[in-house]
Design a binder for this molecule. Structure first.
Ligand code: AMP
Ligand code: MG
Length: 339
């Protein structure tokens, strides 16, 4: 089955083609970073308008990449939620219309299910069940992935997502958006000794995260000092240590709780080298294994949507001509996928 996957839930337009016999054929995306940089965060209306401009040309170019005609596609999968409603509607409308024009089935995919299943597109992938840490600009979640379609949300952020906290604190430091890479870059030059920020929720016996207190604490500390280059680097260092430290504490707790020894890290913050290093060390100490999907599959992309869509379409999941998007949508409400 050849599935076209379309992702437009936030600020990346992603389109990919997955062939169940050959694997992932092509995966392209167009980032909106330059559009939102001016505002220091994602502006929903601008995001939706840019998806409108980009999605059809991307569909054409992925088909060209793999030498396919539109008529070679067997089904279409698009992100139906959660996400920004205007952005979701673009992918859903294009995906659904394409399927109708080609008389093929389509399916609305849960964005987080796409992320959870994305490691299966890599050469080296974990066996079920495994623990997944999803850390992006919009989410911070720990999910018990028991089998395809069967997910238990162990914990999530009670306020800001970790990527969002990086973005907001970077703004305080006068660094460009997206904040995560900007903070990571200068944290290398920061001193270990000057500042130490608390690890949020560390002693809380739950798997939930909280990052807005850390952001406020760090911002108040920043306001006490003249913002020279050295101070900026020292603050970035302390912020990164605390944010990553908080993620590690909860991962360790969840691994102890579930007894799992495979941990997948997905989402944009998964690019952070300190997080990767500390996760590797944690899994090594537990005799387990960490899985980091490649950056192309880690951030928002059409490939994971095509793959999750394929698993559900394969079992005969179909939708009617009318379609809906779900800006809020619980992962746990999804039906299991029969193997
Ligand atoms: P996503 O929401 O998956 O598209 O990822 C974007 C988010 O990841 C933004 O909030 C970025 O600031 C964050 N991010 C990207 N790279 C890094 C990094 N190296 N360290 C920390 N956060 C990052
Ligand atoms: Mg994104």
């Amino acid at each position: 089955m050849v599935v076209l996957g379309i992702e437009t839930s936030c600020d990346d337009t992603g389109v990919a083609v997955y062939d169940s016999a050959k694997g992932l054929l092509t995966n392209r995306f167009s980032s909106q970073i330059e559009i939102h940089r001016l505002y220091g965060g994602v502006v929903p209306e601008l995001a939706a308008r840019d998806h409108i401009r980009k999605v059809i040309p991307l569909v054409m170019s992925v088909l060209e990449d793999c030498g396919l005609e539109a008529s070679d596609i067997d089904s279409v999968a698009y992100t139906a939620g959660p996400g920004l409603v205007g952005a979701l509607l673009v992918g859903a409308t294009v995906g659904r219309s394409l399927a109708m024009a080609l008389s093929i089935p389509s399916i609305g995919v849960h964005h987080m299910e796409g992320h959870l299943l994305s490691p299966m597109l890599e050469n080296e992938f974990p066996e079920y069940p495994f623990l997944s840490l999803l850390v992006s600009g919009g989410h911070s979640m720990l999910v018990d992935v028991r089998s395809p379609g069967c997910y238990r949300l162990l914990g999530q952020t009670r306020d800001d997502a970790v990527g969002e906290a990086f973005d907001k604190f970077a703004k305080v430091l006068g660094l460009p958006y997206p904040g995560g890479p900007s903070i990571e870059k200068i944290a290398k030059f920061g001193s270990k000794r000057r500042f130490r920020f608390p690890r949020p929720m560390a002693r809380h016996k739950s798997f939930d995260f909280s990052f807005s207190g850390l952001k406020t604490h760090a911002s108040l500390e920043a306001a006490k000092h003249a913002m020279d280059e050295e101070t900026r680097c020292d603050l970035a260092f302390a912020f990164q240590e605390a944010a990553v430290g908080a993620l590690i504490i909860k991962c360790k707790f969840a691994l102890e709780h579930t007894g799992y020894r495979s941990l997948v890290v997905a989402g944009g913050v998964g690019a952070n080298q300190l997080l990767r290093k500390q996760i590797q060390e944690l899994m090594h100490s537990l005799n387990g294994k960490a899985y980091f999907p490649s950056l192309q599959l880690c951030t928002d992309n059409g490939a994971m949507i095509a793959y999750a869509g394929f698993l559900r379409l394969r079992t005969g999941n179909r939708e009617s001509l009318s379609y809906e998007v779900w800006p809020r949508w619980s992962l746990e409400s999804l039906p299991p996928i029969p193997l």
